[in-house]
Write a protein that binds this ligand. Structure first.
Ligand SMILES: *[C@@H]1O[C@H](CO)[C@@H](O)[C@H](O)[C@H]1NC(C)=O
Ligand SMILES: *[C@@H]1O[C@H](CO)[C@@H](O)[C@H](O)[C@H]1NC(C)=O
Length: 465
């Protein structure tokens, strides 16, 4: 009996070894540059964060931004308000586009100055400020919260005049006010979901993006005249369908891409699933989130609010669609567990309150903690059944490989490397139904690394020379 079980064990081991799927990572073959991962605290959520009890606030900040214990998010997206006093920096209609605007700055911006300060204190360098609308008096509808176009753009004349330059001035003023407060807004957007009509701040553009094509050079000129380097984004559509089929072709055709730095889109109505052609500009998914409740569930049925669903979305977006950044909607909210649209909340039952994370939070953390801004995606050849493999080289030379296993069986993967890179140390972490960012074995031998990737699991391997 004893002899037999040894044989069984030996043949089982042999099966495991031959079952290892080889992959080769080539550090010298670079694809898109990675700008980072992020989220927003727009619409009052920055204030809510600022007013949270200090121990809660610190825990939540560490979860979101700490690069050794949290997700290490590296991009924040702030909203440039377009409403009344305390929301917009230009709450009052100056009367005409040529009248002096009476800007108001409260050094607070609905808590977003505090939020920016916190992010920066953790090392965040990419600050994306995005306007959902121009102030209402600059729009055809006369109201920031009703559908309308920017007055003066093609086909949109207003009795109050042409407000295009005034809108560019307003956006640049916002960047300058942050600069005066000590924070560099690196990216500036002038639209949010312009293909969608809502009941709050909004501004539309046509399917052929004529208004954006017209406005982008004015914004570029205004940024340059102010001596700023702020990068311009467009157009934060509600989904990648509009972005890919309408806006990108229109921006390319209209010559706008030479003034633009990033193509931005949300993914509510469609994800990016393949490389976006027509322009080599970086592409960012700037907003995303599911319906359903806030839940710590990693994988149960593949529902929209489960962690593994987002692990899969991230892998498709960063590897298959070659995006350079991925931002979720909000980061921290207090007792809003009816919604899965944020990543960190507080325990509804605990007293004193503690911070809780969603499964989706950990999906992001598996990517954003170790793939740092300035990394490049690199070649990973060979394929593992049901596994998406993303390989990246950081600016410091470390290599990060992320495996996302959609299948119903675990996979053993053997990684080898081209001549440019010889791993000297390997660390690996796993998130699955039975582990949350837990260290896992990555055995290094003869310049090769072997790891197991559980079913419906993500494994992040970090290698240094
Ligand atoms: C991140 O967490 C580590 C470990 O708790 C801590 O030492 C470090 O100070 C934190 N970083 C920041 C920027 O707070
Ligand atoms: C404005 O456009 C010019 C010409 O395409 C470009 O070189 C420059 O980088 C742009 N400026 C900004 C601030 O994006």
């Amino acid at each position: 009996m004893k002899q037999l079980s040894k044989l069984v064990v030996a043949s089982h081991l042999a099966a495991l070894v031959t079952g290892q799927t080889p992959l080769t990572v080539t550090v010298g073959t670079k694809f898109q540059k990675i700008d980072g991962f992020g989220f927003s605290q727009a619409f009052g959520r920055a204030r809510e964060f600022q007013q949270a009890p200090s121990s809660i606030q610190k825990q939540a900040l560490d979860y979101l931004f700490n690069i050794s214990t949290g997700a290490g998010f590296s991009i924040i997206r702030n909203r440039i308000g377009s409403g009344g006093s305390g929301d917009s920096i230009l709450p009052t209609d100056p009367g005409s586009p040529s009248s002096d605007p009476a800007y108001e700055w409260d050094d607070d911006d609905r808590g977003q100055v505090w939020f920016t300060e916190q992010a920066v204190s953790y090392g965040v360098k990419t600050i994306y400020a995005d306007a959902w609308s121009a102030p209402g008096f600059m729009k055809t509808s006369g109201d920031e919260a009703t559908p309308g176009y920017l007055c003066g753009t093609p086909g949109h004349t207003c009795s109050s005049g042409d407000w295009r330059q005034a809108y560019a001035d307003f956006l640049v003023k916002y960047v300058q006010l942050y600069a005066d407060a000590g924070y560099e807004i690196t990216h500036l957007g002038f639209l949010n979901e312009p293909d969608y009509e809502v009941s709050y701040s909004q501004m539309q553009i046509s399917d052929d993006a004529a208004e954006a094509v017209d406005f982008i050079p004015i914004l570029n000129e205004t940024i340059q005249a102010a001596g700023l380097n702020t990068k311009v984004t467009c157009c934060d559509a509600v989904g990648w369908g509009t972005t890919i089929n309408q806006y990108v072709p229109a921006l390319v055709e209209g010559g706008s891409t030479k003034y633009l730095d990033v193509i931005t889109s949300h993914s509510y109505s469609a994800d990016a699933t393949a490389p976006i052609t027509g322009t080599s500009l970086p592409k960012w998914n700037t907003e995303a989130g599911p319906s359903g409740e806030f839940t710590a569930t990693w994988y149960a049925s593949g529902a929209a609010n489960e962690g593994f669903t987002w692990a899969d979305k991230l892998a498709v977006a960063m590897v298959e669609a070659e995006l350079s950044a991925y931002l979720f909607w909000e980061g921290f909210e207090v007792q809003e567990t009816q919604s899965a649209m944020h990543l960190v909340d507080t325990n509804p039952d605990g007293e004193p309150k503690t911070v809780v994370t969603s499964g989706i939070f950990w999906a992001f953390a598996m990517w954003s903690r170790h793939i740092r801004p300035g990394a490049y995606r690199i070649a990973a050849s060979g394929s593992v059944s049901d596994v998406i493999t993303g390989a990246f080289v950081n600016a410091d030379g470390s290599v990060v490989v992320i495996f996302t296993n959609r299948g119903s069986s675990a996979q053993s993967v053997r990684l080898s490397f081209g001549s440019e890179f010889t791993p000297g140390a390997a660390d690996a972490w796993v998130t699955s139904n039975s582990a949350t960012f837990a260290p896992t074995d990555a055995s290094l031998s003869g310049g090769e690394v072997t790891v197991d990737v559980p079913s419906k699991g993500v494994v992040t391997v970090k290698l240094t020379e």
